[in-house]
Design a binder for this molecule. Sequence first.
Ligand code: NAP
Length: 391
Amino acid sequence: MKRITILGSTGSIGRSTLEVLSLHAGDFEVFALAARSSRQALLEQCLRFAPRYAVLEDAGAAQGLQRELAQQGSRTQVLVGAEAMPRVAADPEVDVVMAAIVGAAGLDSALAAARAGKRVLLANKESLVVAGELFMRAMREGGGELLPIDSEHSAILQSLPEQRERWAEDVREITLTASGGPFRRTEAAALEAMTPEQACAHPNWSMGRKISVDSATMMNKALEVIEAHYLFGMPASRIRVLIHPQSIVHSMVTYHDGSVVAQLGVPDMRTPIAYGLSWPRRMASGSSWLDLARIGRLDFEEPDAARFPGLGLAFAALDMAAGACAVLNAANEVAVQAFLDGKLRFTGIHRVNAATLEALGGSKARELPDLLDLDARARSHAAARVRALAG
Ligand SMILES: NC(=O)c1ccc[n+]([C@@H]2O[C@H](COP(=O)([O-])OP(=O)(O)OC[C@H]3O[C@@H](n4cnc5c(N)ncnc54)[C@H](OP(=O)(O)O)[C@@H]3O)[C@@H](O)[C@H]2O)c1
């Protein structure tokens, strides 16, 4: 029986994780569930999965949750505040941590899980983008296992040799596939007027709003390039991005002998989640089966750098000072939120990101206090750019 903490349990990845776990009730026990403020969703999850702890960042919501749980006779204990997240991630009784909080807010708890030597199922790619070196060092020192949950990185891991020491020697390049998002065929001139609803209407995947907007700008793929660089120790020059609108080939590895090894499946996050939970074995995920005859064709094309300039920012940031990726991530979080709040046009997201990276991308920051300070400076720079573009 493995004990699991799910950080971000009320989100898209968190809910999918609980669905997979419900297929394997005898093998996993839910230790803690954590979210920001979704009290009702967390209440329902607590009544169904009976975790030892439920954590909410929002104090008012946490109070209400504790009251409702007590009324229902639940023994789940409610913890409050951001500082409780790393605590339930690092608890000695926990074996596995699903890090599925969205944004840099997930860094602290993911790092705590890494340092405590847990099996870390990393959906929160922002942890690696903000603090890639630091996070990978924490994983090594903690002695745990890092299993990526992004379908692309899970696919790469599944396509790489089992022995890590062969990765640098045998692999020529890795290719991350990208669906191209909802605006793959949208004319450049029309992008400016795209609304949050249009940006969040992803053709293949059902996801949270932030990552959906990132998919529409292709900033999601930019963040994934940075994530792949740290996860697999791959230089940016050996990471490619290819548009694959059907989202069936989840990514691939090209070897020096000309072989290309890929992982395929229907687009369903329960597959990489199940892989992370069961690695190195396999277990049922609840996903449907891939029927290639029905799909009929698989298409591939180069990304259009003119319409999706965000992708280039990842390669630029990896070329800049340590800290540039944190700057890019912070700017993007501010810009996406402003877009979702109706304060910034869709094309403004790239303007804010590019301007903030240009202004602060030369900043050197390696340790956590410096990275957090840089993150804060980048957020305030980006917010000022948002105001300037709105005015
Ligand atoms: N969705 C996908 O298919 C997918 C695929 C690959 C990778 N990812 C990555 O997985 C992560 C989660 O994505 P998602 O789509 O599941 O996001 P989501 O649906 O927006 O859910 C976000 C979760 O994080 C919680 N949260 C947000 N801010 C928090 C904070 N400050 N403290 C504690 N909890 C906080 C939310 O709680 P509330 O409900 O209370 O707000 C919610 O549980 C992201 O890093 C994303 O890039 C997602």
